[in-house]
Structure formats: C-alpha cells, structure tokens
Write a protein of this length. Sequence first.
Length: 512
Amino acid sequence: MDSSNLELNAVIQILICALTAGWIIKYIYTSRRQRQYDEAISNAHKCQPVRSTLSNKWPLGLDLLKKQYDAFNERRLFAFQAQHLAPLDATVAIWLFGQQGWFTTDSKNIEYINATRFEDYGLGSRRDGCLPFLGEGIFCQDGPAWKHSREVLRRQFARIQYNDLSAFEDHVDTFVSTFADAKGIVDVQPACFRFTLSTTTALLFGEPIDDLGDTMTKEFGDAFDDASEKTALRLRLADLCFLYNPSSYKASCDVVRKYADHFISKAIKCRGESGEKEAFARYPFIIDMYNEVGDVQRVRDQLINVLLAGRDTTACMMSWAIFMLVRHPEKLAKLRDEIYAVSEGKTTFTRNHLVKMPYLKAVINETLRLYPQIPVNVRIALKTTWLPRGGGADGEQPILIRKGQGVGFSTYHMHRRKEIYGEDANDFRPERWMTGELSEVGSGFMPFHSGPRICLGKDFAFTEASYAIARFVQAYPELRLPDGVEALPVGLEPQSLTIVVSSADGCKVLLN
Ligand code: HEM
Ligand SMILES: *[C@@H]1O[C@H](CO)[C@@H](O)[C@H](O)[C@H]1NC(C)=O
Ligand SMILES: CC(=O)N[C@H]1CO[C@H](CO)[C@@H](O)[C@@H]1O
C-alpha cells in the first residue's frame, strides 16, 4: 500500500469516527431531552404505571402472535381476544419484539385518541401498507394532506346528503329481485356486496360499474376484492408490510386503476364536448374533484379510497343485519310490521318513509354495535402523550404513552362491554336503542369513529342499507333461518376478518 493510499485511509477512518461520535452524542442528547420531555408530561398529567399487562410465555411475545394467528385461521379471532381480555382492565400494555404497545377498549381512552388528543397520533405503518393500492388518498394520509382531502371530500358528501332515494332505486330493485326465483337455501351476503359495489361506483364514477356488463363488472369486482384482501394482510404486518408484495397484488391494483381511469377519462371527455354543466350533472364527484386537484392520478386515488371505505363496510352491515334478524324471528316480525304499516304496499320509498321507521334504525344501530365495520384500528403516538385511564393500583389513573408507541383500539370489544351495555351486552336486542337506556352512551358507541376523522359516508351508508333491508324484508314475508343451519351464540359464529368483519359462512336464509 503506498503512502497516499495510507493517508486516504486515515482520513476516511477519522471521518467515520467523527461521524459516529457526533451521532452518539446527538443520540444521547436527544434521548435525554426526550426522556426529560416524557418525564414532564408524566408529571403534568400524574401518570402512573399501567395496572394490566398482557403476559406472554415466550420471549418477544411470540406465543401471543402464534395464538392469534391460530385463532385467526380458525375464524374466531375476536372470540379468542374477548376471552383473553375479559380478566384484564380495558387498557392493557403488550410487549412484542421487546417493544411496548397498547390495546384498549376503554371508551374514554378511545375518545382521547380520536378527538381530545387527535393531533398527538398518526396512522403509522398504515400508509406504507395501503400505498400500492390506495396511493395519495384520504385513507393513508396524515397532517395537512389529509386535511385537504377531507375538505374536498366533505363537500362531495354535503352535496348528496339530502338527495332523495331515487339514486338507489334501480340498485335496490336489482338486489331484491336477485332472489325472485330462488329455491331452497340462498346466501344473501354476496348479493349485498354486489349491491354496494353498484351504489358506490354509481356515486363515485357517475355510473354503476354494472353498466359495463357482467364480464367487466366481474373483472373489476374480483380485482377490487383481491387488492383489498391483500392490503388488509399488509396492514396486519404493520412495519413488515414490505415482506408481502406479490406480483398478483400489483396486477389487481392495476386493474382497479384501469377502470377508475376509464371513468375519469369519460368525464373529462364529456366536459370537453358538452361543457362543464353537462359533465357535472353526469359525473359530479369526478368533475368537482378534478377542478379542485387538477390531476387525474389524485382524483383516481381518492375514488379508490372512498370505494374501499364505503363498499365492504356497508355490505357487511346489511348482511349481519339479516343474519341477526333470521336468528331472532320475533324481532324480524316486529320490523316487518313496521315496514308494512309505513309503506302501505308501495315498493318505492322516500326518505320520509324511512324516517317513520324507528325500529329499523334500532336494528341497524344494534347491528353496528355488535359488528362495527373497521372493528379494530391502530394509531401511533407522534409525540409522548397520555391516556386518562389504566394506571395506578385502581386502574383509574392516567398512563403515559411514549412517542412511537402504537395504541390498538377495538370498537368491536368496546361495543360488547357489560359496563356500558349491561349484562345482556352480547345479545341482539334492538329495543335497547328505543328505551332511553343508552341516552348516555356517548363515546361508548362509535361504529363510524368520532372526532375529526369521523366517517364521511355515514348518512350514505345508513340510507342505502335502510332502504335495501326494508325492501328485502317487505318482499320476502317467509324470510327465515333454514332448518339445520346452526344459530350459534352471538360472537361465536365463524368470522372472517379483512379490513372489515364478515360472516365466514355467509348469510344463509330461506325465502319461500
Ligand atoms: C356501515 C358502513 C360504514 C362504517 C361502519 C364506516 C366506518 C368508518 C370508520 C370507523 C372510519 C374511520 C377510520 C379511521 O379513521 O381509521 C371511516 C372513515 C371513512 N369512511 Fe366510512 N364507514 C361506513 C360506510 C362508508 C361509506 C358508504 C362511505 C362512502 C361512500 C364511507 C366513507 C368514508 C371515508 C371517506 C372515510 C375517511 C375519513 C377520514 O379519514 O377523514 N364510509 N368509516
Ligand atoms: C343510533 O345511534 C346514534 C348514535 O350514533 C344515535 O344518535 C341514534 O339516536 C341511534 N338511533 C336509534 C334509533 O336509537
Ligand atoms: C363521540 C366520541 O367518541 N367522543 C368524542 C370524539 O370527538 C368529539 C369531538 O371531536 C367529541 O365531542 C366526542 O366526545
């Protein structure tokens, strides 16, 4: 080695040492500052050590992961979790891979995450998990980008809020008549998914996907389901989502995008040929959003985001409602009486008809209570913060949540807590919404989430589902549970979990 090389080597080594030392000093300094900050927050809010910890037998918490994985495959993840959470406090600390995280079903704590301390939390790995499918859309955005999306989309939903029911008419007719000639046992669940695919694409694209014919509808539907399912899997992998990225995933995402682009091009072409007014009348969602963001890709990403948010959620809600009704014939009869009395034999309903059906609303609330779609959710603390309950000897004192820690929260389990809903919390009893006993429920019921990120499609979902369920119950007076289909206790029926929770065995009924 000659001398110049030797010199170079020394210089590089010194440089590396200096950089490392600088990095270590910076690390110690910031982590000390961070520790001081954490300490200050802890003191200011009188935080105490958490009372409940989910214990694990294997190092790194691998046994917990393994058991959850088994329960998931056996289609009973929530029942498994309920069993393990029952003896613990509503907020527990969890250790996984040597890192601390949290899981809560406490409405007061969830309220802090969703609203009171909203700014302290972010979506964490959700963004990376969703990005290949959802791109720059409201579901994977935080901060200013999310705020902008929210504002643009909020306007869209405000515009349609008071529309009459005619937008749903054809889709509901198709849904109900699907079963007109059905003999024997039928599964209603797939029809619910077809129905919400039509209504939601009609809302977003300006025309329902069905108008493209059966083959293309199927291609789009299959690709959409596949992309959603794989996205859900990536979300469960959290920070490790990059490990799961098969080429079939990309292919499905591309198919969905191709169709979304098709409708956007159509809308823009229409504007060029027939003018702004005509185009807006036919494609209001696309045109308005395009005027706002001025970029086809951004419009397309938002369309796919809202389709994902609105399609499966509402389909599952409808399917669970019918699933529950056939298992409670006396409640079904009560609902049928209400629908008959209000509709007076008509099959075209108005919003006014639906307003006069309080029992239907109670049935839907009760379904959303037991089967909230988006049943579990995660937020990551962007800075050290606190939750009001879970610490100290009584478990009622505030606890410290450190920067970077994840907080999982389960609306599903919260909605079944006896402290909130009483001893019969696991029973399907729509009447509880009509007696005034839940007038104080507040944040104990939040199927649509709450605070600044509350669901934008709440009214849309409620309206389309109410209309479809009412017409379905009206059309099939013999609707019932087939003999031999087991009615398991609520919560113990097989469930499949993607981003939403659906019945793993569908919704099998007899109609004649
Ligand atoms: C039963 C039906 C539905 C349920 C239970 C439901 C539930 C939810 C929940 C829990 C969130 C919050 C997610 C989070 O922040 O992590 C959400 C967000 C959202 N939902 Fe819904 N949803 C339903 C139907 C719909 C429909 C039909 C649409 C649109 C057509 C829709 C559009 C949205 C949008 C755009 C967001 C994102 C809001 C934001 O991040 O600011 N949802 N929904
Ligand atoms: C359903 O729940 C909502 C809260 O999200 C409440 O405002 C409404 O009154 C409930 N409806 C019925 C019929 O109880
Ligand atoms: C309803 C609920 O769960 N809790 C809170 C969520 O956010 C709003 C404000 O943004 C609060 O008013 C709720 O109490």
